[in-house]
Design a protein around this ligand. Structure first.
Ligand SMILES: Nc1nc2c(ncn2[C@@H]2O[C@H](COP(=O)(O)OP(=O)(O)OP(=O)(O)O)[C@@H](O)[C@H]2O)c(=O)[nH]1
Ligand SMILES: [Mg+2]
Length: 284
């Protein structure tokens, strides 16, 4: 499954990010904590290369905490500061202001030395669709000024928002890159909800997810679906999808079973899972 598209609005959004870059002091790159590698847009990374930037691992409530800690270390070693966040339940937001101020400490000291009082820090939030950019901004503003929604492509335009933490924030539409070469990355993005549901085949994605769970989260998989060892061992993953379809009472409607599995993963029914494993990823 190689996903390829380039909707005009994404191209426009990319150019807008490029345009605005010189107006901001820092870029907040929001990634999905379940996919700290696959949810980073290589096109955006190129654009922001020379700019100060921090990574926010959002939706950390859905990710495997041990792996999130590994990813933070990994980014730190690459020279980029990161923080984990659960914007939905308002956890970890205070750390954003502290980190932004410490990253911009030289500039802030300069302002203060020169007696500039009402300086306003400007930050831009970027990331792929549906990672929670607008939700984070609403939290920082303290009320729901930006529209959010559990589907990709909710924010259509850039919007400046004034926060109560002395930082002006720019909300931007989620941007995907034109061609996703690695099929696994495509599957992970689909699983996370970054790609519109009508673009991918649910059985491909569910089989990918089941296979990953069999390798990395076997206990969670077995427990949630009350599977016997005999359902898993000596069976292929497509056979496991068929077994589950029977268990769900969907008979041979494998598409329906696949959608249910994807939904269960998104709703945490299979527990907290991270689909990007740090070491594994870089070896590919
Ligand atoms: N579980 C969980 N859900 C979150 C979190 N942050 C945001 N969400 C949910 O993720 C969905 C997408 O949030 P948005 O803020 O609209 O995402 P966005 O990045 O602005 O998306 P686009 O505007 O489409 O690019 C919404 O249903 C949010 O409630 C989080 O930390 N944890
Ligand atoms: Mg948005």
């Amino acid at each position: 499954m190689v996903l390829q598209w380039y909707p005009g609005h994404m191209n426009k959004a990319k150019n807008q990010v490029q345009d605005r870059l010189k107006l901001v002091d820092i870029v907040l790159e929001i990634v999905d904590a379940r996919l700290p590698f696959s949810s980073r847009n290589p096109v955006l990374e190129q654009i922001i290369d020379q700019k100060k930037h921090i990574i926010i691992l959002n939706k950390s409530d859905l990710a495997d905490p041990k792996v999130t800690a590994d990813w933070k270390l990994n980014f730190e070693q690459e020279g980029t500061k990161s923080i984990e966040l659960d914007a939905k339940h308002n956890k970890g937001l205070g750390k954003i202001k502290t980190l932004i101020r410490s990253e911009l400490s030289e500039k802030i000291e300069r302002y203060e030395r020169n007696g500039v009082k009402n300086y306003q820090i400007k930050a831009m939030c970027i990331g792929i669709p549906n990672v929670g950019k607008s939700t984070i901004l609403n939290r920082l503003v303290g009320k729901n000024v930006a529209v959010t929604g559990n589907k990709p492509g909710v924010t259509k335009n850039q919007n400046w928002l004034k926060t109560n933490i002395g930082i002006d924030l720019l909300d931007t539409p989620g941007i995907l890159w034109p061609k996703i070469d690695d099929p696994k990355v495509g599957m992970k993005l689909a699983l996370s909800g970054a790609i519109k549901d009508k673009i991918y085949e649910p059985d491909d994605v569910a089989i990918y997810a089941l296979n990953f769970m069999e390798t990395h989260y076997m206990d969670q998989l077995q427990e949630t679906y009350k599977l016997d060892k005999s359902d898993i061992f000596n069976h292929t993953t497509p056979e496991l999808l068929m077994t589950l379809s029977q268990k769900f009472g969907y008979n041979d409607d494998y598409d329906r079973a696949a959608r249910r599995i994807i939904d269960d993963i998104r709703k945490l029914k299979l527990g907290r899972v991270t689909f990007d494993v740090p070491g594994e990823f870089y070896e590919e």
